[in-house]
Every structure is written in structure tokens, then in C-alpha cells.
Design a protein around this ligand. Structure first.
Ligand SMILES: Nc1ncnc2c1ncn2[C@@H]1O[C@H](COP(=O)(O)OP(=O)(O)OP(=O)(O)O)[C@@H](O)[C@H]1O
Length: 311
């Protein structure tokens, strides 16, 4: 829509369609299409140089696409009537005037954006920075700067929040806080799009993932579905006092077997019932037979194999 008024069906949805960015010699983003739904945390994943930041910058009208479109609630960012009330973005660790206090930094943004002054206090409270409100920015830790950046993004009480690598430089406590905060926003129905290369963190945080490599879409969908579809990554942990005999039996099924370093075998290429049947047929005693779900790290490496080193 062009009047800045999103239709109810589009509210909070991000749609990237055929998005391409060609720099002189680098195709940073290549015909990329995906959708991000409200009420969910979506992890935007890819190896270094995959094109995540370029995509987010095109979404926020900071970089002009060579081709394709990116819309938020059915509208290009540049055409949103009140962008700060609609979209909050944290693209890099917050920078502010060094001598300014946290609260004053937010008040300046409120004044510039025509937002009520008390939003500064509310946003600061939201990120747990009220006790540091009157401390100068130069004395803030990296974690506090990250929180201040998020507070600034929240000033307009936006429907959509976009964050580029927000966990960078955070300690475990900061990461746990961030996870709870972002999940809480999604729970309220907001759209949360978070880029990261911290896959283990995404596994705990994201409902959906969009995986890209070399500027192209590799896979998108709910985390559980993406993990579940990677059956070739699934493995079965087996413990047996007759390891040699079991390895022989499994190799006949074209399974691959490797020791896990802790006395068990990790079997890939066949499922747990097949391992059980093969053991029974060869009269092999089993002490453990556990299907292991592939984790996101492994899926990611499999999906992006060979593409990560293109640039
Ligand atoms: N302004 C620019 N001019 C030329 N090339 C650029 C420019 N910005 C980005 N690139 C290139 O485009 C590709 C994608 O970069 P981008 O920063 O979007 O990736 P990323 O997935 O965010 O990576 P990272 O995780 O390392 O931040 C890289 O090869 C990068 O060098």
C-alpha cells in the first residue's frame, strides 16, 4: 500500500521479494525472498559475508536495492507514515555523545522524533537501565550500551523490531536477558527479526529461521521443521560391548559409524529402529540406543557447506 496505512493482514509482516544488491564486483544479496511473521522471533542466519547486514540495511532504506523489494506491514520503509512508531532497529552497538547520560540520550531522540518525553523513562525501565539513567554514556559497559540501543529502538513502541547481531559482546547474563526480552516482545505479538551467527543462541531464541549463504536463501521455516527435515544430519547414539560386530553389521546398511570419544558409537545414515533390527539380527547386545536430534549448528554447517568460503 502506498498511503502508509497497512492492511490488517499485512500488519507487522516483513516481506523480502527478489531482493538483490550488486556492489561493483560483489553480489552481496542475490534474488533473496523470505517472509517474517509477527508474534515470532525469526533468526536471520548466515556465515560471515553472507549478506545479512546488507539485507537489513535495504529493509531499512539505508541501502538502495539493485532489484527487488522489501516491505514492512505491506509498505516500503521509506513510505511508512511514522517509521519510528512502526519499526525499531538496532544495527550496531549504540553510539551516543560520550558525556551525555543514558536518559538524556533517549530524551534527545524523543524530542527529534516528536515522541513524548516520558517514553525515554519507560524505554529505559524496559531494558533495566533505570538505575544507570543518570550515568554518563562513556561509563557504560558494552552490555549497557547494547541495552541503551534497544531502549532507543523501543521509544516509538514499534510493532517491528530489527536487530543486527545484538548478542555481540554480551556476557552470558546479558545474553539471557536479551533472550527473555525479545521472546517477551514476540509474545506480545510484535515482529522480531534478529541476525546472528551464534547458532546455539538462535536455537534457544528463535521460533523461525531464515538461513542465507553467499547472498542466497538456503532455507526458511520454523526451527523445529528445519532441524527435523535434516534427517541426513540425524544420528543415533549406540552403546554396546560388541562394537566391532555392530560396526560390521551397520556398514552393510551403508551407515557411517564413528566413536563419540566416550565409549559410545555415533551412527549416521540409518534411524534408531534400523540399528536395533541390525543388532538383533546379528545377536548383538545393546546398552543404549538413543536418536539424537541434529542441532542447528550442525544443520547450518551442512546447509551452507562449501558456500561459506565463496567470499
Ligand atoms: N558498501 C559495500 N561495498 C562493497 N561491498 C560490500 C559493501 N557492503 C558489503 N559488501 C560486501 O557484501 C557482502 C555481504 O556483506 P554483509 O555485511 O551484508 O554480510 P553479513 O552477512 O552481514 O556478514 P557479517 O556476518 O560478516 O557481518 C560481503 O562480501 C561484503 O564484503
Amino acid at each position: 500500500m502506498s498511503d502508509g496505512q497497512p492492511s490488517p493482514a499485512d500488519q507487522g509482516r516483513i516481506v523480502v521479494s527478489g531482493l538483490t544488491k550488486q556492489y561493483r564486483t560483489v553480489r552481496a544479496v542475490d534474488n533473496l525472498s523470505f517472509t517474517v511473521q509477527p508474534g515470532r522471533v525469526t533468526g536471520f542466519l548466515g556465515p560471515n559475508g553472507a549478506g545479512k547486514t546488507t539485507t537489513l540495511r535495504m529493509l531499512l532504506n539505508l541501502v538502495t536495492p539493485t532489484e527487488g523489494t522489501a516491505t514492512i506491514s505491506g509498505t516500503r520503509y521509506a513510505d511508512l507514515a511514522q517509521p519510528l512508531r512502526h519499526v525499531g532497529a538496532v544495527l550496531e552497538a549504540s553510539s551516543a555523545h560520550k558525556g551525555r547520560t543514558g536518559i538524556n540520550h533517549l530524551r534527545v531522540i524523543c524530542a527529534a522524533a516528536g515522541l513524548p518525553k516520558q517514553r525515554a523513562d519507560e524505554a529505559l525501565a524496559m531494558v533495566g537501565l533505570t538505575p544507570a539513567a543518570n550515568r554518563k554514556f562513556k561509563g557504560y559497559s558494552l552490555g549497557m550500551k547494547q541495552r541503551l540501543g534497544i531502549a532507543a529502538a523501543m521509544l516509538g513502541d514499534p510493532r517491528v523490531l530489527i536487530l543486527d547481531e545484538p548478542a555481540n559482546g554480551l556476557d552470558p547474563e546479558g545474553i539471557r536477558w536479551m533472550r527473555g526480552f525479545l521472546k517477551g516482545l514476540a509474545h506480545q505479538g510484535k515482529t522480531v527479526l534478529v541476525s546472528s551467527h551464534l547458532l546455539s543462541e538462535m536455537q534457544l531464541l528463535a521460533d523461525d529461521v531464515v538461513i542465507i549463504a553467499a547472498g542466497r536463501l538456503i532455507r526458511q521455516g520454523p526451527v523445529a521443521e528445519v532441524l527435523g527435515s535434516m534427517t541426513q544430519s540425524a544420528r543415533v547414539r549406540v552403546r554396546t560391548p560388541q562394537a566391532e560386530a555392530l560396526v560390521t553389521a551397520l556398514k552393510e546398511l551403508s551407515a557411517t559409524v564413528e566413536p563419540d570419544g566416550q565409549g559410545a558409537l555415533l551412527v549416521a545414515g540409518v534411524d534408531a529402529p534400523a540399528v536395533g533390527r541390525a543388532a538383533l539380527a546379528a545377536q548383538i547386545e545393546l546398552h543404549e540406543l538413543t536418536p539424537e536430534r541434529p542441532d542447528l549448528e550442525r544443520v547450518f554447517l551442512d546447509l551452507t557447506a562449501g558456500k561459506a568460503d565463496i567470499r
